[in-house]
Design a protein around this ligand. Structure first.
Ligand code: NHR
Ligand code: GAR
Length: 196
């Protein structure tokens, strides 16, 4: 059985969708993989409790504890790699993970590191995507699953989902509509990548 490691920072709803897909008995939707561990850079991430509820090992690598290091980002990423590699994962999945990763980290997992970003890339890389899409007058928004490369939100696109932007949308209402689609395309893309 292949291992997946999921990195989170917050709610963990995408993480939960992936854990569920790994568990379902229906062979058509099953991932044929095991979520070996969930790792958060924030001790307060709600997703940690959710992982525990599903019986998945969860850990914290708190990025703030590396702040005094001469190169805090490399030090954090090195610590993260040490934890992740214990599980020899076929795939490392960013699910609402909010720390930019160094080129060293990205190279270490080349071809097996993926992210879901809440916009139709290449539009709106970076943060506050829903507010920016509304402000730009976009009629459609969505989410993108992509391979992670050293340049932020610029790796090869693996899948996208499109939703309409409504006239009275707030960033929150648009985010919720996009999120329901994320929960569908992320597990499906992972299944495909793992050869199912
Ligand atoms: N790392 C690399 N190298 N490449 C990508 O494409 C990455 C990545 C790390 C995370 C997720 C991404 C998103 O989907 C992601 C893609 C965090 C930031 C950010 O600015 C931007 C994009 C994404 C994740 N983070 C701040 C930082 O200084 C911290 C923000 C915070 O803690 O709230 O790392 O949107
Ligand atoms: C998702 O919409 C995800 O695309 C986005 O944050 C949300 C996390 O929700 N990711 C980013 O913005 C990455 N910078 P979740 O924790 O419930 O999966």
């Amino acid at each position: 059985m292949k291992n997946i490691v999921i990195l989170i920072s917050g709610e963990g709803s995408n993480m939960e969708a992936i854990i569920r897909a790994a568990k379902v008995q229906n062979w058509e939707k099953n991932l044929q993989a095991r979520v070996a561990a969930v790792i958060s850079n924030r001790p307060s991430a709600k997703g940690l409790g959710l992982a525990q509820h599903h019986g998945v090992t969860s850990q914290v690598v708190d990025h703030t504890t590396f702040a005094i290091d001469t190169n805090p980002r490399e030090a954090f990423d090195t610590a993260l790699i040490k934890e992740i590699d214990q599980y020899a994962p076929a795939l490392v999945v960013l699910a609402g993970f909010m720390r930019i990763l160094t080129p060293m980290f990205v190279a270490h997992y080349q071809g097996r590191l993926i992210n879901i970003h809440p916009s139709l890339l290449p539009a709106f890389p970076g943060l506050r995507t829903h507010q920016r899409a509304i402000e730009a007058g976009c009629q459609f928004a969505g989410a993108t699953v992509h391979l992670v490369s050293a340049e932020l939100d610029h790796g090869p696109i693996l899948a996208q989902a499109v939703v309409p932007v409504m006239e009275d949308d707030t960033p929150e209402s648009l985010a919720a509509r996009v999120l329901t689609q994320e929960h569908l395309i992320y597990p499906a893309t992972i299944a495909k990548l793992l050869g199912n």
